[in-house]
Design a protein around this ligand. Sequence first.
Ligand code: FES
Ligand code: FES
Length: 191
Amino acid sequence: MDTTRADPAPPQAAPITAVIPSYPLQFRLNGEQVDTQVEAWVTLLDLLRDKLELTGTKKGCDHGQCGACTVLVDGKRINSCLTLAVMQNGKEITTVEGLAQGEQLDPLQQAFIDNDAFQCGYCTPGQLCSAKGLIAEGQARTVAEVRELMSGNICRCGAYPQIVAAVTSVMGMKQHQDNPERPYLPGTVPA
Ligand code: FES
Ligand code: FES
């Protein structure tokens, strides 16, 4: 018996070519038409940041707990990490990059600067979009209601008094009218 003869090679399996389905998606983004394709599982946040390279919108928790990813869809504030991109067909989306008009800052952006309403700035895009949505909703009538209705936007730096001051100044409210005993100094984080 000839033991030197090699066994025949096993038959090769045909390579598996995975076809990942994607879906057409069209919407307006900061006034520009977007026409793209997206897989069904991609969130709006990941589409904005990873594919459309608008990294102003931030990913904090990625599961609806921090508000860093807040954007406006048809004028309403939403957590873009909890929203699938394919659901946005035909929508009008505004991110922090779309708030200014050219060199002219949105009044909220200017108020955040004037009131020293950020420290690291990571939460700021979400705070700005959330405040924009809050003002459009027209439900906040007091400073306390502004605090309550902005409570989904976490600021790890604790710039809450300054954020509230910025938002209420744009809304024409008397700042801190509900708690005059707790004034704050710009540039400080209150205890
Ligand atoms: S990243 Fe969306 S809520 Fe935190
Ligand atoms: S400014 Fe740092 S998290 Fe809000």
